[in-house]
Design a protein around this ligand. Structure first.
Ligand SMILES: Nc1ncnc2c1ncn2[C@@H]1O[C@H](COP(=O)(O)OP(=O)(O)OP(=O)(O)O)[C@@H](O)[C@H]1O
Ligand SMILES: N[C@@H](CCC(=O)O)C(=O)O
Ligand SMILES: [Mg+2]
Ligand SMILES: [Mg+2]
Length: 457
């Protein structure tokens, strides 16, 4: 798929067929949806009026961008939402009577240009660049999440005591996952698998890989859908349980990642596959990994963007800590699953579900392409459990660690011109400003852990 930012025209035939579908779906309300710099979904709702649709698709709708994180100041507040007609879907968890639909929108400026601070626009820009080389970037994400109960004192507790692949009655999640999968299928998702994860209350739903823009849209829809569905169920049951995508909600158990399986296609050909090489991997696959490993410290600021993200990236919980790749190794930052041929892919294991998927996919793509263009050598694969190595052994093998805090990742980002230029001046500045504030707010807090440990001093 090629993304040409400036010449996207609305196809009349498509518009008519979408309007016809909206009438069949009994649509009365339209959600115009986009995300802020944090990847948080935002929307404005307008009533469906058939006569206004052509205008909406062509001209878009003005809105005030000054209260959206990472967008604009009040002195230049007008922005335009341009619905992407390909993203039409009925919002399946809202009533069927007088139904609601949504379009995911691009954000433009009133003078008819893509707004530089729109995360979706930033991803489209990187995809347009590789589109010109005839390439398509695919991502298959594995978002993990916890379902928690809120106890009488307001603290979250895991919703069940089950573990990896458990079944009911230990696993209390089958109804959620069933309901969610049915809803997601209505939203045109191909759910590949769902299961209880390692942590108590932890679940995973993996959906089929698609090109990176569709996947980023899907991640946002997925998070919204599951929160809305679980909230509806909790209201119905008069219970206070909810979903969290917080990367490490509990000390001492696995956190929630969003591993990203990735491949690059040229037409029908998977660039990562080479049946004649010993490993079945092509040079491009190795170089793409070389690029990811080289830019990993800066990437981490985007793929793991909150202070809590770094409580997940610690040894012993299947989350990556070390900058290495392995052909089977789940303790390395990059794993190459065994599938070959068309299904050849690499799995970048750092991202967590708190990231803005548009920004995360854009920076991973640019890092990988940098690797291909500059033939960055990823070194030899590491097949031992890296968690069990001593620091000296790791150093001898040349394995470096990922940033251990948001503050370290912040500095790594500041020093990586490729990743900064992928975000563009506007978003880099806003992102660094936000993260500086977040770190500053965090570092002065005093936690229960410290009071317990030091009170007797
Ligand atoms: N060619 C491809 N390019 C990108 N992603 C792909 C490709 N083929 C398959 N995938 C995606 O890989 C993801 C799942 O892979 P898989 O089941 O191997 O996960 P896993 O890493 O083994 O799971 P876990 O981490 O939970 O143990 C899915 O999203 C799937 O669509
Ligand atoms: N939950 C682990 C991943 C477990 C798995 O491999 O599925 C993580 O934080 O990345
Ligand atoms: Mg998992
Ligand atoms: Mg995985």
């Amino acid at each position: 798929m090629e993304y040409d930012l400036m010449t996207e025209k609305v196809n009349e035939e498509l518009m008519e067929s979408v309007i016809k579908q909206m009438k069949e779906d009994n649509i009365k309300f339209i959600r115009l949806q986009f995300v802020d710099i944090n990847g948080t979904a935002k929307n404005i709702v307008i009533p469906f009026k058939e006569d206004d649709m052509a205008d909406l698709f062509v001209e878009g709708m003005l809105f005030d961008g000054s209260s959206i994180a990472g967008f604009v100041g009040i002195n230049e507040s007008d922005l335009v939402l341009k619905p992407d007609i390909h993203t039409y879907s009925r919002v399946s968890w809202r009533p069927e009577e007088s139904a609601v639909c949504r379009f995911i929108c691009d954000v433009w400026t009133p003078d008819g240009k893509p707004f530089v601070g729109d995360p979706r626009g930033i991803l489209k820009k990187s995809l347009a660049k590789i589109g010109k080389m005839g390439l398509q970037y695919n991502i298959g994400p594995e978002p993990e999440f916890f379902i928690v109960d809120i106890d009488d004192e307001g603290y979250p507790m895991p919703y069940d005591e089950a573990g990896y692949f458990d079944v009911e009655p230990l696993d209390k999640g089958p109804d959620f996952r069933r309901e969610l999968t049915l809803n997601l299928e209505e939203l045109d998702f191909e759910v590949e698998a769902s299961h209880h994860e390692v942590g108590p209350g932890q679940n995973e739903i993996a959906f089929k890989f698609k090109d990176a823009l569709k996947t980023a849209d899907a991640v946002i829809t997925f998070k919204q859908a599951i929160k809305a569905i679980v909230d509806n169920m909790a209201t119905f049951d008069q219970m206070d349980y909810r979903v969290t995508f917080m990367p490490k909600p509990f000390f001492g158990v696995n956190g929630s990642g969003m591993h990203c399986h990735q491949s690059v296609f040229k037409g029908d050909r998977n660039l990562f596959s080479d049946p004649n090489s010993e490993t079945g991997l092509s040079k491009d696959a190795l170089h793409f990994m070389g690029g990811l490993l080289a830019h990993a410290p800066a990437l981490t600021a985007i793929t793991n963007p909150i202070v809590n993200s770094y409580k997940r990236l610690v040894p012993g919980y299947e989350a990556p800590v070390y900058r290495a790749y392995g052909l089977k190794n789940r303790s390395a930052l990059i794993r190459v699953p065994a599938a070959r041929g068309k299904a050849t892919r690499i799995e970048y294991r750092a991202p967590d579900p708190a990231c803005n998927p548009y920004l995360a996919f854009a920076v991973m793509l640019e890092a990988g392409i940098d690797g291909i263009q500059n033939k960055i050598d990823p070194g030899e694969p590491t097949e031992i459990n890296i968690y069990s190595l001593t620091e000296e052994e790791r150093e001898a093998m040349g394995i470096q660690v990922l940033p251990s805090s948001l503050w370290e990742a912040y500095h790594a980002l500041e020093e990586d011109p490729l990743i900064l230029s992928t975000l563009g001046d506007h978003t880099s500045e806003k992102f660094l400003e936000l993260k500086y504030k977040e770190w500053d707010e965090y570092r002065v807090q005093v936690f229960g852990y410290e009071q317990n440990k030091y009170l007797d001093i």
